[in-house]
Design a protein. Structure first.
Length: 339
């Protein structure tokens, strides 16, 4: 394990399925003087704190805890832009696991300020976006020029993530096509996508997902960047209504698939990578590792960006694999575990 300068203080906002796991990973990735878990739900917050040990404590409000932290990791549906601004003002790095379009747009606007302060705002550090961004940049190393990046995902983490996934089938999707942003109706564009076993083939549709916003800047000259999410007929029909069933507290089995197309010399080729995991497990691991790398100075540049712009993919994927989050490469119809 790479150990850089010890962190004086880390703040994790959200004690749910993703935040709780991220906090546990931070304890093993960094030397922490204090780990603060912020969540308005006292019962949930104290359950996480009790499991973390003596270096952790709970807090109810965010504002008072951002003044002297070194790392702020946000895994809750809060005002991401405001938290990021306060973190930067305090001289801290910020990691966000949000996959909400508005959150990602707002955080990307902080790039110039974060660069000026020499700090990192890591955007979409979760399962998708997050792991998918690292898989995309890893696949891109096989090409002289990347032309297309296509992402598909299945599943959601905790209840907040499940509600966001539910609403992502409404509104508009945002794709990058031929030098311009293209908006289309979410829930349209059915495509049968193949994920690694045991998931295999699932119908996927356009969705209000920020994947293209964090991927496009990492691939100069890319022709298309698209994202689709898995959904069945009931998902699409009820997307504009409140969720009919209570979300699973930690999410069930999920999967991601990333297809990169490009040119090697004069030949055109493609590379497909994927992963199967419980989304909350993978998201918590990705977020914590991104936070540790920010503190240790291992990210490639300061500023606000997704992981495709901020990490060297091979060592990052290797570190994830050590913690149980593994990728698979598709060869023909069968995915295999990638080294």
């Amino acid at each position: 394990m790479f150990i850089g300068e010890p962190v004086v203080r880390a703040v994790v906002v959200g004690a749910g399925a993703v935040g709780g796991r991220a906090a546990r990973h931070l304890l093993s990735l960094l030397t922490l003087d204090e780990l603060v878990i912020v969540d308005p739900d006292a019962q949930r917050r104290e359950a996480v704190v009790e499991g973390l040990g003596t270096s952790a404590r709970g807090a109810n409000e965010i504002a008072d805890e951002l003044r002297d932290g070194d790392l702020v990791l946000v895994a809750a549906p809060v005002d991401q832009r405001r938290v990021a601004e306060e973190a930067l003002e305090a001289g801290a790095h910020m990691v966000s696991s949000s996959d909400v379009l508005g959150d990602v747009k707002a955080l990307l606007d902080l790039d110039a300020e974060a660069r000026e302060r020499g700090r990192h705002v890591v955007i979409g550090a979760a399962f998708s976006p997050g792991l998918t961004c690292v898989l995309a940049i890893h696949a891109a190393t096989r090409f002289d020029r990347v032309e297309d990046v296509h992402v598909a995902r299945l599943g959601a983490g905790g209840p907040a993530c499940a509600r966001q996934h539910h609403h992502a089938l409404t509104g508009e999707s945002v794709d990058w096509r031929d030098g311009a942003w293209v908006r289309r109706r979410a829930g349209s564009g059915r495509e049968l996508c193949w994920f690694p076993d045991p998931v295999r083939a699932v119908d996927c549709y356009r969705a209000a997902s920020p994947e293209a916003l964090v991927l496009m800047p990492a691939f100069p000259g890319v022709r298309r960047v698209t994202v689709r999410v898995a959904a069945n007929r009931r998902d699409r029909l009820t997307a504009r209504l409140p969720m009919l069933r209570r979300p699973h507290p930690e999410g069930e089995l999920g999967a991601v698939r990333v297809e990169v197309r490009g040119r090697r010399g004069s030949a055109r080729d493609d590379c497909v990578l994927g992963a199967v995991d419980r989304p909350a497990v993978a998201a918590g691991t990705v977020a914590a590792l991104a936070g540790a790398w920010a503190v240790q100075g291992r990210l490639t540049r300061p500023g606000a960006a997704g992981l495709a712009e901020l990490v060297e993919p091979v060592p990052f994927l290797a570190a994830l694999a050590e913690r149980g989050v593994k990728a698979a490469a598709f060869e023909g119809a069968t995915p295999r575990v990638s080294a």
